[in-house]
Structure formats: structure tokens, C-alpha cells
Design a protein around this ligand. Sequence first.
Ligand SMILES: Nc1ncnc2c1ncn2[C@@H]1O[C@H](COP(=O)(O)OP(=O)(O)OP(=O)(O)O)[C@@H](O)[C@H]1O
Ligand SMILES: [Mg+2]
Length: 511
Amino acid sequence: MSDRDELLRIEGIRKTFPGVVALDGVDFDLCRGEVHVLLGENGAGKSTLIKMLSGAHRPDAGRVLVDGEEVRIHDAQEAERLGIATIYQEFNLVPDLSVAENIFLGRQPRRFGMIDRKRTEADAAELLERVGLSVSPRARVRELGIARLQMVEIAKALSLDARVLIMDEPTAVLTSGEVDRLFTIVRRLREDGVGIVFITHHLEEIAAIGDRVTVIRDGRSVGQVPAATPRDELVRLMVGRSIDQQYPRERTDAGAALLTVEGLTRDGVFHDVSFQVRAGEVVGVAGLVGAGRTEVARAVFGADPYDSGTVHVSGARLRRHDVNAAMAAGIGLVPEDRKGQGLVLDASVAENLGLVTLRAATRGGLVDRKAQRAAAARVAERLGVRMAGLGQHVRTLSGGNQQKVVIGKWLLANTKVLILDEPTRGIDVGAKVEIYQLINELTAAGAAVLMISSDLPEVLGMSDRVLVMAQGRMVGELPASAATQDSVMALAVSTPTSNEAATEVEAARGH
Ligand SMILES: Nc1ncnc2c1ncn2[C@@H]1O[C@H](COP(=O)(O)OP(=O)(O)OP(=O)(O)O)[C@@H](O)[C@H]1O
Ligand SMILES: [Mg+2]
């Protein structure tokens, strides 16, 4: 490739945070019209590296060159001036502003010195159309679900007409249809000569969208390979060993029903949802985004109310809309929105891991802090939480490591019924296997696990039974032996009228 094609070059970048060397000499380059994938375990330094390019962090040492000239990117404005746009792993939208206002924040078209609202909305509508998002430019961002927020972020980046587009795990919260749409946009941008830095933990996406891959391990670039490199080789480069079994489910004989949900209805959200999870079972819940899975989980956990129906744990009826009662009965929920609901960001890793156990312990009257800390240390070690120490604030952990803490917290809590909502979103391949093994240990010890996941191979690989939801209804139930990508998807896209849905459930049950 001739020098003319090179847009960006990074040489020997170093960055240290208190107690952590985040980047320890990274080299990287980006050409016009290519998708360059950054691959690495949770905490390897991917997000930190791109923050050097977006002006969010400054390097301690090393050089950044744009068009062959050394630059210092002090802030976001400088990055924008250089034509670098970034979609962060954490959303950067203002909840109370409209979609259009968020897209053009600080750059709204003006007319006679005033913000031209009509034009802002028209321009936003055009961008929304481009990313295939059908929401009104006037909708409040607060009202959008997580997948739609991501599409708004993408529309915002497109509005900048960048030459370099950086995307930090853009597909983590998207469904397969949305990923396809995103890839179409990315390919079009690539044809227009935009250079794209793409971060993902979904290895199958790399060959589909990437050209080159740079692998980062412990803050160092350890290799550069073509995107067509076989998966096993990518894994080996990334985690330093190979992984034989991706879904190590060890089935246990199912015991008594621990969780029984009957006729659960929340008007306009979900309708007549019934299912059971027995001791020793992992029950997967598949469905499209918006099918109502998260809403049902939250209602069962008592986080949201419902209008009719019942929830029983080990035969005892649970009070409606009462999280404390649910927790006392032994239900745990690892929420989808980890930052909003799962963590206290300005508390330490140890404190976050102890949040649930502490509650149980103080109820008994005493807190064995030493034992608690030891247990926290064990879980952190098992999951490979990359941190300076148990005292590090969760806010400064990498995205994937924050997720590990949310899960670890509930694994420590001795729950009888654990509900996991998108448990491995943003988790690297090695840590995923650890989480699956912990799920095995839980069910071997007699717990019941309900696992909501949009990662179909994960649902198929780890569940003993698969429930499928569509448009707020349970539309099918398949035993692991009959659940395939096709059979699950066929149910997930079905439009349930109540009769049809009932027949399908019957058909699946009769299996
Ligand atoms: N502001 C900060 N203060 C302290 N440590 C930090 C800060 N930001 C990042 N780190 C640390 O730097 C290391 C690299 O984090 P980074 O977010 O770059 O990882 P990542 O590769 O993006 O991981 P993930 O796949 O989980 O998103 C981690 O150990 C993290 O805890
Ligand atoms: Mg990251």
C-alpha cells in the first residue's frame, strides 16, 4: 500500500493510570477505505487506545500521525477538525433532548442566528433514514431502547462526515438484522474512502466486515493479521491459548420447580406469560429485541409491576413489585443495562461484589468483612477481572470488566433462581467460558437459571430448554434437542395472534 493511502498512524503509544499500565507501546495504522479491527481481551486497552484519537485522553508517550504529520489531539474539537469521529462503548447521548438535538448537539443549523429547528429535524430525518431507524427526530432519547440508542449514535457520527470513523463495540447491543444494516453502511463508507476502526468481541463479524486485524494484549500490540484468519488462530493470539469448548454446558437432572410464572400480564407490554424453571435447569429465552423478555424478567424480579398473573418461588407466592421480597425469596437478576441498574460506579470492585451478600449478612446481624473480601477476591480471580486491586472504582474498569463484576456479585450471593439478561454482552471469549462454567456450578448446586440472550449460539449451546417470545407473548418452547437456529428464529419472527400462539406452544410442548 502506498503512503498516500495511509490516513493515520500510531507509534509506541503509552498510557498509565494510577496502578495500571493501560497501554504499553502500541503501534497501529489505518488506511483509506479499510476496516481495521482492534481485537483483545477485556481490559487489553482497546477503548483507551481509541480515546487517544478522539481527544478524550492524552498519551504519556508515543506519536500520533494524521496524513503523515504528527498531531496532538487535545480535545474532541481537535479530533473533529482532523476528521475523526468516535462512537463510544458507553453512550454519550443526552436523555432529555430529542433525537435530532442529540445528533447535531452544539452544531445545529442556524438561520438568522437562531437554531433552525425545521432544518435540524429534516437533516436528522435523512440520517435516520440512512441508518434505517424509524423513530421521529423529535422523540426524546430517554424513550429509546438500547439498540435504538446505538443507531442514533451511528447517525450522529455519520453527520460529522468523518474521514476516520472509530466504532467501539457498535454491535454489542444490536440484533442480527440491525448488524446487517450497520455493515451495509460501513461498506458504503469504506467505498467512499473512509477509514474505519472497528472493535468487537463477536469474532464471526471480523471476516464479514474487516480487512486487517490488530491484536492487543496487556496494552501491547502483539500481532497484525488479515481479517480472514481462522477463528482459532484469532483466539490464540488474543488470549494466548486455545479454547476447546466454547459452550461447556454440563446438564444436571432437573429437580422441583423453583420458579413458576403463570399468566403474567402487563397491559400493552407482555401478555399471559407462563413458564417454569426447575432446580438444576438452564432455561434460555430467545426472541427479537422488543419481544418483551427484559420486561418479563424485571416484573418477575419485582423491579416493575404487572397487572395480573402470579409468580411463585419454591411454591411460595411472591408479592408483586417488591424487589426485597424477591431477593429474600432467592431471586437474583443480572440486568441488561449494567451501568444504569447493576453497579454503583463510584464504589470499589469489592463493595460492588459484596452488595448482595452484604444485605444478606447484615440481616443476620453480623458482617464477616474478611470472609466477604476473600470471596470477592476469588470471584474476581475466576472471572479474570482486570483491575489495579479490589479497591479500584468500578467506573474506571473496562466495559467488559464492569460486566464481570455485575455477574460476580450475583454468583457470590447464593441465589436459588438467577435471571441473566444478556449475560455475556461485551465479554471476551475466554471470560465467557468462565461464566458458563460458573452457571454449571450453580445448577449443579441445585439453582435454577433463566438466561435471556440475543446471542443465539449461546442460547442453543447453554440451555436445557429454550423459550421463545414474540411481541410480548410466549410463542414456543423447545427442548435443547429440538432447538436449532432455524426453529428458534421461525418462532421469534412469528406474529402471535392469541390462538396461533397457543397452538404453537401446544405443538412445542407435545414434542
Ligand atoms: N480512567 C481510568 N482510570 C484507571 N484505570 C483505567 C481508566 N480507564 C481505563 N483504565 C484501565 O485501563 C485498562 C484498559 O481498559 P480499556 O477500557 O482500554 O480496555 P478494553 O480493551 O476496551 O476492554 P473491554 O473489552 O472490556 O471494553 C483496564 O485495566 C482499565 O481498568
Ligand atoms: Mg472497551
